[in-house]
Design a protein around this ligand. Structure first.
Ligand SMILES: Cc1ncc(C[n+]2csc(CCOP(=O)(O)OP(=O)(O)O)c2C)c(N)n1
Length: 594
């Protein structure tokens, strides 16, 4: 049997159903073998293959898997952003790459020997869990273990580079049976440690549970009713945004540096935070991590010991274990009565609306906040929501979108790259052929991978694109306005940014397109188009000078470094008449933390 056929059989056994790729001579055997076994879909640029595969795996409701296949040299260099994004976000991603034949490998002695040769393993090593060059065919169990490394434990990308002659090698077929692909068990905390944590929660006055991306959707869904009975305020990270619906009685929102003010304020008033499956990175804790949960203790549960020992934020206890197992067992225990605290947390949420009146939107433009609130109500529980990964569209979605039970919501905030939205939405749409995918992305971010409109179009995906058109990079404009007295550089057409005429662009692929302004947002034509299967684009006209508040303010110090407020002190400051009622357990704005 040809080794590339053998690999195809093993991938099938491992649950792969889809492959995103761009063709190339150095993967010719792999393309043939995989196309006979999987749904293989060409994309225009390899970066889209990587992002689509990542989002497919995240969005897959039935457990089907996708991988990316890239050719040697430019195929590999093009996919690098996607590999980096999956690494930072702990997302499952298998990338199989071609390579020149083994006789032509330079082995580091030359810049290049084989045509298009580049040392993929060395380039990808720092951003993958495993990165290997197969100079010989791998035996079945080693291959399976390599692939499993991407999806068990702390997830991340695996890169397997296969020279052309190894792809074509004849091998004795070996089946990957169930025993071979059974995952290894993850570390669990002991009953004694579990009892200690339960005891701390029972005795806490103001506990908060923070669910991170390490908590599976299935675990969270199974516990939905139990969360109500426990009555402990429940927040999520952005990666776990869809683990609990916005209407859940214990839900207190998404705290974050660019998060919801009410969620930040509730979290910061906790006297005990139990963070489950979150690395507690700086976006989560605020740059000012020294004042994260200033009057409380943090217990962090994460599979990666390095995240527990990194030194920020300060944690009272780090537990290196499977957060799903721990949460499931914890939820069965008696964790005390926290009804009064939950009622207070809900009061804070009600008192501080997600959409703040301070933001100004010039006449005829749409307020992005109101727009996001509006589409939250229009989206169905079965929709997959892709709030892109950078710029105002991203932060407004994460502040104002009200997720429903059943919805899947995926971003990639670790790399926070422009250009993720459309490719991610394509992957999510392939994973949910019967569902609708709703993408919200800024014009700048969208422009970076707009070539994939064609991929979505030719595959007839049920994809609705909301393009926030503010004439360029509003985020960059805002920075230049705040810190450099409005000296605008490279952020819009007037400063050299060559963005297209969006209506004509979508028309080039025969995608129905409609421009939305304040006057026609509620019109019947829009809702008909939004609810019709297939692809449609909506260009949402935003004020180029739209403000984005609340946010954490930073200052440039005399030495040139940045200094930031803690999570609960967002700009603008709260009115005096509300401060006392929502900051009961924190110092008032500008005051000292007791
Ligand atoms: C690949 C990449 N390059 C540069 C940046 C820096 N950056 C962050 S936001 C932004 C502008 C994004 O523009 P757009 O998507 O239109 O959102 P807006 O700022 O207008 O809200 C840029 C250039 C980035 N995040 N990703």
């Amino acid at each position: 049997m040809k080794y590339s056929d053998q690999i195809g059989d093993w991938l099938l056994a491992l649950g792969y159903t889809h492959c995103f790729y761009v063709g190339g001579g150095n993967i010719m055997h792999l393309i043939e073998s995989l196309s006979l076994r999987l749904d293989c879909h060409p994309v225009i640029n390899e970066v889209a293959a990587g992002i689509a595969a990542e989002y497919f795996n995240e969005a897959s409701r039935g457990g089907a898997k996708a991988l990316a296949l890239v050719t040697a040299g430019p195929g590999l260099t093009n996919i690098m952003t996607a590999i980096a994004g999956a690494f930072l976000e702990s997302r499952e991603l298998l990338v199989i790459g071609g390579q020149v034949k083994t006789a032509d490998l330079a082995h580091g002695t030359l810049r290049q020997r084989g045509i298009q040769e580049i040392d993929g393993v060395s380039i990808t090593r720092p951003i993958t869990i495993e990165s290997v060059l197969l100079e010989e065919p791998l035996e079945m169990q080693t291959f399976v273990d390599l692939v499993q490394a991407s999806r068990h434990g702390r997830k991340g990308p695996v890169f397997i580079e296969i020279p052309l002659d190894v792809q074509a090698r004849q091998v004795e077929p070996v089946t990957a049976d169930e025993a071979a692909i059974a995952p290894r068990p993850l570390p669990r905390i002991t009953d004694q440690v579990l009892a200690e944590v339960a005891d701390r929660i029972r005795h806490a006055t103001r506990p908060v549970l923070l669910l991170g991306g390490g908590i599976d959707r299935a675990t969270a869904a199974d516990l939905r009713i139990r969360f109500s009975e426990l009555g402990i305020p429940l927040a999520t990270t952005w990666n776990a945004a869809d683990r609990i619906d916005a209407d859940h009685p214990a839900y207190v929102g998404r705290p974050n540096t660019w998060g919801q003010r009410s969620a930040n304020i509730v979290l910061q008033q906790a006297d005990l935070l139990v963070a489950l499956g979150s690395r507690l990175g700086m976006q989560q804790t605020g740059f000012n991590w020294q004042q994260f949960v200033p009057n409380g203790e943090v217990i962090q549960v994460d599979l990666d010991r390095a995240e527990l020992e990194k030194g920020h934020p300060r944690i009272a206890k780090g537990l290196c274990a499977d957060a799903n197992d721990m949460l499931t067992r914890l939820a069965r225990m008696e964790l005390g009565d926290h009804a009064e605290w939950l009622a207070y947390a809900r009061h804070v949420r009600d008192a501080l609306p997600a959409v703040e009146a301070i933001n100004n939107t010039a006449d005829s433009y749409i307020s992005p906040y109101c727009f996001v609130e509006h589409i939250s109500t229009l989206c169905h529980p079965s929709d997959t929501i892709i709030p892109c990964s950078s710029g105002g569209a991203f932060t407004v979605m994460m502040q104002a979108f009200r997720q429903k039970a059943g919805q899947i919501m995926i971003t990639n905030k670790g790399l926070a790259s422009m250009g993720y939205g459309l490719s991610g939405a394509i992957g999510a749409a392939f994973a949910n052929p019967d569902g609708r995918v709703v993408l919200v992305e800024g014009d700048g971010g969208f422009a970076q991978n707009l070539q994939e409109i064609g991929t979505a179009r030719i595959n007839g995906l049920n994809l609705k694109i909301f393009l926030f058109d503010d004439g360029g990079y509003a985020s960059i404009r805002a920075t230049q306005r705040s810190y450099f007295k409005g000296r605008y550089v490279g952020c819009d057409r007037g400063t050299g940014l060559g963005l297209p005429d969006w209506e004509k662009l979508f028309a080039a692929w025969s995608v129905p397109v409609m421009t939305l302004e304040a006057s026609n947002m509620g019109c019947a034509e829009f809702s008909a188009s939004f609810n019709q299967p297939g692809m449609a684009a909506f260009v949402v006209k935003l004020d180029p000078d739209q403000t984005y508040f609340p946010k954490i303010t930073s200052r440039i110090t005399d030495s040139g470094t940045m200094e930031s407020n803690p999570l609960h002190l967002m700009t603008p400051e709260l009115d005096a008449d509300i401060v006392d009622s929502v900051l009961r357990y924190l110092p008032k704005q500008g005051g000292e933390i007791p």
